[in-house]
Design a binder for this molecule. Sequence first.
Ligand code: CO8
Length: 258
Amino acid sequence: MGFITYEQEGFVGVITINRPKALNALNSEVLKELDATLDSIDLDATRCLILTGAGEKSFVAGADIGEMSTLTPEEGEAFGKIGNDVFRKIETFPIPVIAAVNGFALGGGCEISMSCDIRICSENAVFGQPDVGLGITPGFGGTQRLARLVSPGMAKQMIYTARNIKADEALRIGLVNAVYPLEELMPAAKKMAAGIAKQAPIAVRACKKAINDGLQVDMDQAIVIEEKLFGSCFKTEDQIEGMAAFLEKRKVEGFKNK
Ligand code: CO8
């Protein structure tokens, strides 16, 4: 892997997009490696992922403009699909993914962060969808996920005007959950990931699926999705241990993902 590094720290996996000379811009090779990295993750040994960018300046400065500049409409659509397939893999990945946004998150960078479950960022982070200034629409899910994450009006303003926003504004509009000084970003992401990893993994995965799937349907169907996933937790070893620990007034003896 030339552009992606993966480190396993206990139950937490850290994926770093590592192409600092181009501010971690996403070309086909980066997307291919990211896809292969996700496929290689051991879901028995990993309970939460952190996605970040190498260096102190940029998370991901977008899709690679050089690579896109000569595409035909058909090739553009195909490139969009490559990104969309990988981002959808992140969005539907069985375990939670935290985006630790350490600088520029523009175009495809903002879009990949939005495919993660949770976004936190550093004070120097800049979010935006500059796509229309390049003569294209957002192409890795930006028109869809930004409008769902913040208000449709704010998403439209950001996308139509191509105006970048700083970390404090991203916090105000709900695009990120928290802002940290740069040096505190990864420790905060790891602390959050550890907090997730110590919960019952089957239940956490069921929560992700219930929230994601439920948001796509009406409330009558959504509540049934929850009922089924709720039911699926019973008689797991972790449910039995979690409830026994409460009733016996003791701490859980480590969830087993069983
Ligand atoms: N693509 C390719 N190279 C890039 C990109 C990018 N998105 N961003 C930065 N780089 C490269 C620069 O070309 C430069 O390379 P070099 O040193 O060889 O000249 C290097 O990174 C450093 O960049 P700068 O010198 O520009 O650094 P600055 O600090 O002056 O500026 C910025 C930083 C503001 C982030 C600036 O680099 C910038 O504006 N970058 C482009 C941001 C952008 O417009 N991103 C959106 C791209 S479009 C997109 O993502 C669409 C996604 C959907 C695609 C769907 C496909 C069909």
